[in-house]
Design a protein around this ligand. Sequence first.
Ligand code: ZN
Length: 190
Amino acid sequence: MDQDKVLDLFRTSGALLEGHFRLSSGLHSDRYLQSALVLQFPEFADALGHALADRTRHMQPTVVLSPALGGIVIGQEVGRALGVRSIFVERQDGKLVLRRGFTLDASDRVLVVEDVITTGLSTRETIAVAEGFGALVTGAAAIIDRGSDPARLNLPMQALVRLEVPTYAPEDCPLCAKGIPVVKPGSRAS
Ligand code: ZN
């Protein structure tokens, strides 16, 4: 599946909006991504999972590890396509941890899967959890890489789409300067 096909699935399901948005961070942007909206459709989730599995099979993972909540659905789909376990880390007292009886050990080859990687911060934190159990992290994968530096993880990284989405402080926003009304994503345009 090429980049255009993936972005078509996002647009079709309303998971990629173009306009003028106020993000939850307070920053403004001309695009808004909500991958949960594309992953709600089983055929789209399945297709994206298979596409990522095809790109990562050579890493020979024995388990997929995803950060909750955003990574869980696509992690499950990639694990299913690869025929390996799929588990997730979640935040407890501000730290990502394995709970619910999920375990890793030194025999595990871990593929970290997320929906969207931006700074790579949660990816690195997820990698550190796996390494804390003595597992080998063989790579990372995301549907969309929003970062500018593909080498920032120090690890093989696969993404179906590379998409840099600029964000602006309201006072520096070129869309505000043009007088285009700003909307909060999720609210209906009238
Ligand atoms: Zn603006």
